[in-house]
Design a protein. Structure first.
Length: 265
């Protein structure tokens, strides 16, 4: 089994603020990780490191066998599929959905990219069908609902056949139905053995799709717990991460959490 990510004593500082502090973490290619933590914990900063968007202030970040800082990031980035609010903002509203997905492959050399444009379009259509957005091919991105946009972004992130898939809060802004549909889609991706190593950032335990194998809990830039979900997902560690007494409930692979009633506190 190959390590897709290897972080050793990684720190990120901006001015006097420490955004990530002494992070040690490894991700293997068959693992699907969920990153949980309150707002401002450093989740997005951690994903920017893992997608070679930023460098650590200190420590070592290894991605797909390459050490960040010793490798051309423009060769590394196409091997990583990444969705986030920042990526979504760069998609023009008037762009046709099929082009939003296909354009992820522009500039990517090697792999299947040297073939023909027609194959690219077939692949984009197949990926859109896979994420339940097959009917949206000819729509413009700006006319889509929030849930539809998230699906298109995931198809786009998968377009380059990445070895690592990073989804930073894909359920943010979705209504209940939209969230449940997305959780099903992500669960299908997680359970597919041909899917790349996947990292999903969230701050809601309700959004953990069945099939995810590992969890990392982050608070104030520090890893509170990391490992297989059954070892990490318990009320004690979740409470420490979110800074309040929580109860945690699990049913059929889905989690829910709420604050412990005051009389128990
Ligand atoms: N360039 C920066 N300079 C100073 N502080 C920053 C900078 N970028 C992010 N932060 C702070 O770092 C913390 C972690 O941010 P972020 O990684 O976006 O957290 P999360 O995704 O978990 O909400 C937040 O408190 C944020 O305000
Ligand atoms: Mg964030």
């Amino acid at each position: 089994m190959n390590a897709v990510l290897e972080l050793a004593d990684v720190t990120v500082k901006r001015g006097t603020a420490t955004l990530l502090d002494g992070v040690d973490w490894a991700v293997e290619e068959d693992e699907r990780w969920v990153i949980l933590g309150p707002n401002g914990a450093g989740k997005t900063t951690l994903m920017q490191l893992c997608s070679a968007q930023i460098h650590p202030t200190s420590g070592v970040v290894g991605i797909l066998g390459e050490v960040v800082g010793t490798v051309d990031v423009f060769e590394l980035r196409p091997r990583i599929g990444w969705t986030s609010a920042a990526v979504a903002e760069r998609i023009p509203r008037h762009e046709i959905v099929r082009d939003v997905v296909v354009s992820a492959s522009y500039g990517v050399v090697g792999r299947w990219r040297e073939r023909y444009d027609e194959l690219d379009h077939e692949r984009a259509a197949a990926l859109l069908r896979e994420v339940g957005a097959g009917a949206l091919l000819d729509r413009t991105f700006g006319t889509l609902s929030e849930g539809e946009r998230k699906r298109v972004q995931i198809a786009r992130a998968l377009m380059t056949d990445p070895e690592l898939l990073i989804l930073d809060e894909p359920a943010a802004g979705l209504d209940l139905g939209g969230r449940e549909d997305l959780v099903s889609t992500l669960s299908a991706i997680a359970l597919d053995e041909y899917s790349p190593a996947t990292i999903l950032v969230s701050h809601h335990v309700e959004e953990i799709p069945p099939g995810f194998t590992h969890a990392l809990l982050l608070r104030e830039g520090r890893v509170m717990a990391a490992g297989p979900i059954p070892h990490v997902m318990n009320a004690e560690q979740l409470s420490a991460t979110f800074g309040m007494r929580l109860t945690l409930h699990e049913e059929d692979g889905r989690y829910s959490a709420r604050r412990l009633a005051r009389r128990h506190a």
